[in-house]
Design a protein around this ligand. Sequence first.
Ligand code: SAM
Length: 282
Amino acid sequence: MNRQKSFENGKPTLYLVATPIGNLNELTYRAIEILKEVRYIAAEDTRNTIKLLNKFEISNKLISHHEHNLTSSIPKIIDLLKNEGNVALVSDAGYPAISDPGYELVKVAIENDINVVPISGANACLNALVVSGIAPQPFLFYGFLDHQDKKKKKELEELKKYKETIVFYESPHRIKRTLQLMLDIFGNRNIALARELTKLHEEINRGTIEEILEVVDTMKGEMVLVVEGEKFIKEEIVFEQSIQEHVDEYIEKGMSTKDAIKEVAKLRGISKNVVYQDYHKK
Ligand code: SAM
């Protein structure tokens, strides 16, 4: 067991300092205070962090800690913590350790009886989740899916049964393919695609996977994808009428065939094509 009384035990401290994900005004007063006060700042990319430090007139010594130098940077940081003073860890954006380097250092710091203290701030996952309009809890933060199609499909197959809202990070180059695979594997769920959060061109796109797929080619920048958990499958089971009867019901209510197909696809959580093909079989 490890019991940490963060501000009472006089032990060295590794601060995990959240930094802005776009708008630089989102660096908190406390973060600035800690970044000024510590002996060293360990950064994912020192060239990026220096810009932030310059803006807030912070001139502490920067050291490098990224996924390719962990084996040398971790012992170095632990040594600094034990012998020279407190260290702040920052990533390029948001929280260190969230889809960013940090976790391995945190583990070793805890093993070495060093305090690990969070300094709150911006995070892309939570920002997207709260504005998504999709149930914020329970939620699962997944981060990045594998880049390879085969592995990505396997991951999505495993996630398909989750009832929790799922949050993914994704790159603009891969988002279209990811949405196509999700449509095939999850069905036509409600999603929110948030891009460029806290920046000038911030945009939140809420709709079904099919609706977002129609416009996704126009979207660039950093993205978070919030996906509704499995719930349509339950609804699908209780539908007593066939897909054809279901579409006819909406046509009788005055909808065009196209809109009725779209509505039934949405209600059943399946793709418009599946409903279209089933309906036109008759
Ligand atoms: N540590 C960060 C955090 O706490 O959110 C995440 C870092 S991860 C390497 C970078 C990914 O986070 C991007 O590819 C994107 O999916 C997401 N992201 C970061 N900043 C964002 C922003 N301003 N708007 C939307 N997504 C963002």
